[in-house]
Design a binder for this molecule. Structure first.
Ligand code: SAM
Length: 350
């Protein structure tokens, strides 16, 4: 039933809404997760180092043109304090994320990575947007292990409608450069972007399989009222993919079946949709990674990519303590070591 899923079968699974009919999807995704990446949940300490950005992504709350937001940039000392926290929690990976900030030089990141690599055993994942190949090369030489760059959608027209002015293919090109340089590469999409159809989303899933990703990040699109896309109402195309928890879970389960060995995080955006159970549920549907947020509170509030509904205690639900207890409750052990992709021989051909 799940062997060699073709694009039409993927689309049918994405359309499936019946809880009974979906049971085999959840069951298989969980089984394959267990068989290929084990029962452990890996913890990656997330540090959001800057909310300056010179991009204009129409959905993102830290887009450059947004004027009503206070911008911050963390100092090296502040970043290294967060790294220390991750070390004390015994995490195997630190994720350094931020907008495309012209105020942070490639050299500064390079020195920071060198320092982290010389003082800890942690893997370093960078997520700092599109960069020239020579910058990726410099950071790799300094010791960076992994890079996250979400493609958001593989559809040319949809991409144009959310990333104005971005030449089609530039993110893909970056991912190929990163792969050639020996990084583990992560990419992914948002679920329910206005204009995304089931057929487009099934093409995205096909692309995950083709490019041989090491990490796949999939989260719901959350409209931000202070962005052009968040303000645009009435975009209601036929066959629109809904930005729901269910659709996100189905896409993650299918990604696990198609790419059995990858690391897949249970994203924070899911917690916004379902603060109580969002992340727990997806850990049983194929995900195997959580990303506790180590960014100091005063900055975390300003990393306003989507509305996080702070009154709903989404912040607490990203704390190392909360996530540690949650994983414990699920009876899943915390992953040891760096938790990189295990490049096993493909036993399963999804
Ligand atoms: N600058 C880096 C980049 O572009 O990859 C990293 C920062 S960017 C803000 C990280 C991710 O936030 C994006 O890849 C996007 O998927 C997500 N994001 C931004 N706005 C969002 C929204 N309104 N809803 C859901 N996810 C969003």
């Amino acid at each position: 039933m799940f062997h060699n899923l073709n694009i039409y079968e993927l689309e049918n699974w994405l359309r499936q809404e019946s809880p009974d009919e979906l049971l085999p999807l959840w069951h298989n995704a969980n089984l394959i997760r267990d068989q290929y990446v084990g029962n452990e949940v890996h913890f990656r300490g997330l540090i959001e180092i800057s909310n300056y950005c010179n991009r204009q992504c129409l959905y993102c709350g830290i887009r450059g043109e947004r004027k009503d937001i206070h911008r911050y940039r963390m100092s090296d000392e502040e970043i290294l304090e967060c790294v220390d926290k991750a070390k004390n929690y015994d995490y195997g990976t630190i994720v350094i994320q931020g907008g495309e900030d012209p105020g942070i030089s490639p050299k500064r990141i390079s020195e920071l990575v060198k320092r982290i690599k010389s003082e800890t055993d942690m893997a370093v994942t960078l997520s700092l947007g599109e960069q020239p190949e020579m910058v990726f090369r410099l950071w790799r030489k300094s010791g960076a292990d992994r890079y996250l760059l979400k493609i958001e959608t593989t559809d040319t027209n949809l991409l144009k409608s959310i990333h104005p002015g971005e030449p089609y293919g530039s993110r893909m090109e970056c991912l190929y450069h990163l792969q050639d340089l020996g990084y583990e590469i992560g990419s992914g999409v948002m679920i329910g972007i206005p204009g995304q159809t089931h057929s487009v989303l099934s093409q995205d899933l096909e692309w995950f399989r083709k490019i041989n990703l090491d990490m796949i990040g999939i989260g719901p699109y959350l409209p931000h009222p202070d962005t052009p896309l968040g303000q645009a109402c009435g975009i209601n195309i036929e066959d629109q993919v809904p930005n729901t928890e269910l659709m996100t879970n189905k896409t993650i389960a299918l990604a696990r079946i198609l790419c059995p060995e990858v690391n897949i995080p249970a994203t924070t955006a899911l917690t916004v949709l379902n603060p109580k159970k969002g992340r727990e549920r997806v850990l049983s549907h194929g995900a195997n990674v959580v990303m506790p947020n180590l960014t100091p509170l005063e900055y975390r509030i300003l990393y306003d990519i989507y509305p996080k509904n702070f009154n709903n205690q989404v912040m607490d639900k990203n704390s190392p303590e909360y996530l540690g207890e949650m994983v414990n409750r699920l009876g899943r052990p915390m992953g040891k070591g760096q938790g990189g992709r295990e490049k096993r021989r493909m036993k399963y051909c999804g």
